[in-house]
Design a protein around this ligand. Structure first.
Ligand SMILES: C[S@@+](CC[C@H](N)C(=O)[O-])C[C@H]1O[C@@H](n2cnc3c(N)ncnc32)[C@H](O)[C@@H]1O
Length: 284
């Protein structure tokens, strides 16, 4: 869940500039890894309390897997092998472990995974089970075919890769037959609006159909942050091309209890337009 940040800086370097240009998977991965390594501390400091150390929150609306059951009933998770893609500090994986599942939390960023390790170490004192952590790119998963029963991602990896169908195919490969893959991304409609939580974020400012990536680049033109847009139709086609059936598309509504702003997500905008799209997919 990003689209909120000030352009990141490195040491004395000039502030990156925001632009729209093509960025392939190699450049996107390199930028993501660097950005999340540099910004993981601040991200966890700012959002860690809302995410909770062992909650499974699908997005800034606060939809909780404990209530939503998008991966299936919580009691059916026991003993299941689950892959969390783009896990960050592995909060979701930790909730899965508490249900008796066997999660593996995968992320590109070493620093994000350090936060996962920190939270696990703190939880160990009170008997927390800890989760298996793997540093890798979601476009090349380092697992054998058919290693998992379920896969999930709450804003991890998918919005940051140029060719999300590669992630779909990789996830399908590592899932067992009948496996479920549930992933949340920024709702595609948000691309057309300024990333602002207030009224200025309610007027269309860009074409929904313009897929040119959002890129922040340094003085030399090197991307330091990349986010990719796909329309709703593109996402459905990626799911299908990846070998999945789409069984649900969840657009969480903003709940009355949630007063927090998260970047461009806010109660105001949340009451008017969707902020998150969650794709519930199954493989044969
Ligand atoms: C917004 S965070 C989501 C993590 C967690 N669910 C949360 O809400 O904090 C996005 C995560 O995706 C990871 N990521 C970005 N691109 C990735 C890639 N190509 N492969 C694996 N992880 C990636 C980032 O390192 C980051 O930890």
């Amino acid at each position: 869940m990003v689209q909120e940040h000030e352009p990141s800086t490195t040491g004395e370097a000039a502030e990156p500039t925001a632009t729209r240009r093509i960025a392939d998977d190699t450049e996107s991965s390199r930028a993501s890894r660097g950005w999340w390594d540099r910004n993981a501390d601040e991200y966890q400091e700012e959002h860690g309390a809302f995410l909770g150390d062992d909650r499974f929150v699908w997005g800034p609306e606060g939809l909780d897997e404990a209530e939503a059951g998008l991966l299936g009933p919580a009691e059916a998770l026991k003993g299941r092998d689950v892959l969390e893609v783009g896990a960050g500090a592995a909060q979701c994986a930790r909730w899965l472990a508490a249900q008796g599942a066997r999660p593996v939390a995968l992320d590109l960023s070493y620093r994000q995974l350090r936060h996962a390790r920190r939270i696990d170490a703190e939880a160990a004192a009170s008997g927390g089970p800890g989760v298996a952590l793997v540093q890798a790119d979601a476009t090349a998963l380092p697992f054998r075919d058919g290693s998992f029963d379920l896969a999930c991602s709450a804003y991890g990896a998918v919005p940051f890769v140029a060719e999300p169908v590669r992630v779909m195919r990789e996830v399908r490969r590592v899932l067992r037959p009948g496996g479920r893959w549930v992933f949340a991304v920024t709702h595609p409609i948000r691309w057309a609006f300024p990333d602002e939580p207030g009224p200025e974020g309610l007027s269309v400012a860009a074409s929904y159909f313009d897929r040119t990536p959002y890129v922040e680049q340094d003085e030399s033109g090197r991307a330091v942050y990349v986010e990719h847009h796909r329309t709703l139709g593109d996402r459905v086609r990626d799911v299908v091309a990846g070998g999945f059936r789409l069984v649900d598309l969840v657009e969480p509504e903003w709940p009355a209890w949630n007063h927090q702003e998260w970047g461009g997500w806010s109660p105001l905008r949340g009451s008017l337009i969707p902020g998150t799209a969650i794709f519930v997919c199954e493989r044969d």
